[in-house]
Write a protein of this length. Structure first.
Length: 396
């Protein structure tokens, strides 16, 4: 059973490293780096020197949020003559375009065919003439200073992309989805901030991120995580992704766990697709520190770690009866079992709409990892449905 023990301890180490250990190591590396190299932050440029930028919003049937989004855009602290607002509403068949027609400040691109968000980005970018493009979602609100903070981050010529922070709106009564998602994004934000301070953030979230216009690369139409693929392709060209916590987008958490499940499965499938398409980033001899960050922060979460997590419990049970260290393995097994019981109770409470964040955390953690496993199946089915188109995109 020596082999079984080795597999168990390696698996336990990888799971711990992926979710906790990497953050601890990252903190130490950042502190060491900043002991020897201080970052000089240039002052915020005056209005006359601010670049023109385009606020790019790809929307499909968003009639309920159009007016709120436009009011939010126009309330942003940025010179009106330098702010362009572009909506791409391809395929929308509700009152989205009618509502947008009431806002003369918005430029609207529309075609009847719905080809997906990635296709909308690929099409809309040809109408952007400003040096900076800020992507955001229709259902998010940006803080007033967001655009100035993003432009400030581009003062570094090595910065090709700026990732804003995603925040979940506080609800009067959080459910498991919104409560767990909010805690998850707080932890993610802390990791992204440390990643950026070490070298580069590892990807951007579509709720709010910006790029230099001339760095945009068209993506295959079947791309699931367009924001992630786009931002990491910029890193592959020698630029970095700056994380700007002072520029943030606020959105409501998922209404319930079923809605959150659909979203997480798709994200997990997109993560697996991204690992395949960005496989060159796995080469540390070419991408150095960023390869270490990418593998630690993203690749493990989207591939190996969820599988190992669910192998731990059965492996642990086997080791209780097949090794001399019965007590050690029994204690570890009991701790794992307790965690699963807490997650199960968190699930039960979520079905009763009872708020308990202590139990929602293990539930949401296991929920995310289960959906990574489901992502494998989602991607397999999608591959079968797209057939030759998938193969063409895979080779791209």
């Amino acid at each position: 059973m020596k082999t079984c023990e080795i597999i168990f301890w390696i698996s336990l180490f990888i799971v711990f490293y992926t979710y906790i250990g990497y953050g601890m190591l990252l903190y130490v590396l950042v502190r060491l780096k900043e002991c020897f190299r201080k970052t000089v932050i240039p002052p915020l440029p005056e209005d006359s020197r601010l670049p023109e930028l385009t606020l790019f919003i790809a929307a499909y049937n968003e009639e309920d949020v159009i007016d709120d989004k436009m009011r939010n855009c126009l309330a942003l602290d940025y010179p009106a003559d330098k702010l362009h607002i572009l909506w791409v509403t391809d395929g929308s068949n509700d009152r989205t375009n009618e509502r947008l027609s009431r806002w003369p400040q918005a430029t609207v691109l529309h075609q009847p065919q719905r080809q997906g968000k990635t296709a909308a980005l690929n099409r809309g970018i040809h109408f952007v003439t400003t040096p900076i493009v800020v992507f955001t979602d229709a259902n998010t609100h940006l803080n007033r200073e967001a655009l100035r903070k993003i432009v400030h981050a581009f003062a570094n010529p090595e910065t090709g992309c700026v990732a804003g922070e995603k925040r979940i709106a506080v609800q009067a009564k959080d459910n498991a989805a919104s409560g767990g998602e909010g805690l998850y994004w707080k932890y993610e934000s802390a990791l992204k901030k440390l990643d950026s301070r070490l070298y580069s953030a590892v990807g951007a979230a579509g709720e709010l991120f910006a790029i230099r216009r001339d760095l945009f690369e068209e993506m295959p139409a079947d791309t699931l995580l367009d924001d992630f693929i786009l931002s990491l392709r910029i890193v592959m060209r020698g630029y970095t992704i700056a994380y700007c916590a002072d520029a943030y987008a606020v959105e409501n958490g998922s209404a319930d766990m079923r809605e959150e499940e659909k979203r997480k499965v798709r994200i997990a499938a997109g993560g697996l697709q991204s690992v395949r398409r960005l496989r060159a980033l796995l080469n540390p001899f070419r991408y150095g520190v960023f390869s270490f960050q990418y593998i630690s922060h993203r690749v493990l979460r989207w591939s190996l770690t969820p599988v190992l997590l669910f192998l731990l419990l059965p492996l642990n049970a086997i080791l209780i009866f097949t090794t001399d260290r019965h007590l050690l393995y029994a204690v570890i097994w009991l701790l794992q079992t307790l965690f699963y019981l807490m997650a199960s109770l968190g699930y039960y409470l979520s079905t009763k709409h009872i708020k308990n964040k202590i139990l929602f955390v293990p539930y949401y953690f296991l929920f995310m990892n289960i959906n990574v496993i489901r992502g494998f199946n989602y991607l397999r089915k999608r591959r079968g449905q797209t057939g030759g188109a998938w193969e063409k995109a895979r080779r791209a």
